[in-house]
Ligand binder design. Structure first.
Ligand SMILES: Cc1ncc(COP(=O)(O)O)c(C=O)c1O
Length: 436
């Protein structure tokens, strides 16, 4: 760790004190031989598990054939096969096309380029608490100021932000369902007060907030957004970087919300742990940029494409979306009993196996319990569980466990989390001022 800190800038953050030596399924072993249950999955990149057998075999086979020719120089079949596969498994019964790049941020950048090219409009609407990446454009689309934006100004222009349906912390202090998803309807008001609808190319939205704290909006939020977008000929771009590939109990979270985006961005678990990302969308939209307008040297690397095809085959054959739903139910049942026991837990929420606990100092004020969250994570790391936080206030504990985790491993991990919550709750109660 000393060498890491001397050689790598501090901005490249570090969530756990662990140096990995090997990993398998839902287990990571560190360089000292300690075994950890992995409830973070490299931030949601190994839904099929570490070293999934099909993925490994595909990587080996491709590595034996060739590593790189650049798809734009000497194309290869695996890229095309993966594009066809993504075109067929993403929502929407219309002709689609897919382009491949290296990271979630790069894919979002491309989706915005394509949307602007297609609509000939400059503006993008995005959301409070959104996270779309760390490049100049995606950082500008991202909401949380520290550590993602502060000091990196100026940002890209023509970006407009509206509140997300974060009902636990509603920006309008309204209550669902009485609010009638005012936040979604408010987009119309934004077109009057902030930016004209005819200037807006796209609305970019995560179906469930990832870094923003695993907030899963009510279904009507998306129904209304989609309807408004369609009416104003604004493209709907779904950022499924963290929600995709089985995580929420469906291949893509849009399916859970019955929405069909014009462009869908995927990454993270797309290739079982190798770097790859995609923009998939309506063929006529995807074909807007001229020849050479899209691409990149390594985009859709053949090894990543082979891994991607194998990862999707694994998700389908092992029915990991259904497994995600089951894991989510189990988590929910345990977490709801914890909520009764530990006042630290303000809200239990999520969709499928994308579940979270939001920790607060008081149920009345909902003051975020950031330090307590860090102590819970620390306790988990010391007791063999890798788990990470999220949320604009850094007070959300999120579950991104590989979906191949066994029932025993899952319960073992939840036991560690429960013990951590109990231990931090005791010290939290002791530290609280006693009532007169
Ligand atoms: C929803 C979402 N979009 C975009 C990104 C950026 O992806 P990447 O880190 O691969 O650039 C992330 C990463 O966490 C994400 O969660």
């Amino acid at each position: 760790m000393r060498r890491r800190n001397a050689a790598v800038p501090r901005g490249v953050y570090n969530a756990t004190p662990i140096f990995a030596a090997r990993a398998e399924g839902a287990v990571v072993e560190d360089v000292d031989g300690n075994r950890y249950l992995d409830f973070a999955g490299g931030i949601g990149c190994v839904n099929v598990g570490h070293r999934a057998p099909r993925v490994l075999a595909a990587i080996r086979e491709q590595a034996d054939a060739f590593l790189h020719t650049c798809f734009s120089v000497a194309p290869y079949g695996k890229y095309v096969e993966l594009a066809e596969k993504l075109n067929s498994i993403t929502p929407g019964n219309f002709p689609k096309k897919t382009m491949l790049v290296n990271s979630g941020a790069e894919a979002i950048e491309n989706a915005v380029k394509i949307a602007r090219g297609y609509t000939h409009r400059p503006a993008i609407v995005c959301f409070e608490d959104a996270f779309h990446g760390r490049t100049m454009l995606t950082m500008s689309l991202t909401s949380k100021t520290h550590p993602y934006k502060a000091g990196f100004e100026p940002f890209a222009t023509d970006i407009y932000r509206i509140p997300y349906a974060y009902c636990y912390r509603c920006s309008y202090s309204l209550l669902y369902p009485a609010c009638n998803v005012f936040c979604a309807h408010h987009l119309e008001d934004t077109f009057k007060r902030v930016v004209a609808s005819e200037a807006v190319a796209a609305v970019v939205v995560e179906p469930v907030l990832g870094e923003g704290g695993f907030v899963a909006p009510p279904r009507e939020f998306f129904t209304v957004l989609q309807e408004i977008c369609r009416r104003h000929k604004i493209l709907l771009i779904a950022d499924e970087v963290q929600t995709g590939f089985g995580r929420t109990g469906a291949m893509f979270a849009c399916e859970r919300y019955w929405i069909v985006p014009d462009l869908l961005v995927s990454a993270k678990s797309i290739a079982g742990g190798l770097p790859l990302a995609a923009v998939t969308g309506r063929a006529d939209i995807m074909d807007t940029p001229g020849v050479g307008g899209l691409g990149g040297t390594f985009g859709g690397n053949p090894v990543s494409c082979a891994a991607g095809l194998a990862a999707i085959e694994t998700l389908e054959r092992e029915n990991l979306s259904a497994r995600a739903e089951k894991l989510g139910e189990r988590f929910d049942a345990r977490a709801r009993s914890w909520k009764k026991e530990f006042p630290l837990i303000g809200e239990v929420r999520g969709l499928g196996a994308m579940r979270a606990l939001e920790l607060v100092r008081s149920h009345e004020t909902r003051e975020p319990a950031k330090e307590e969250t860090e102590r819970v994570l620390h306790h988990c790391h010391e007791h063999g569980l890798i788990v990470i936080s999220s949320g604009t206030y850094g007070n959300v504990i999120r579950l991104l466990v590989p979906l191949v985790v066994t029932d025993e491993q899952f319960e073992e991990g939840l036991n560690v989390l429960e013990a951590a919550l109990a231990s931090v709750s005791v010290s939290h109660a002791e530290a609280a001022p006693s009532r007169p």
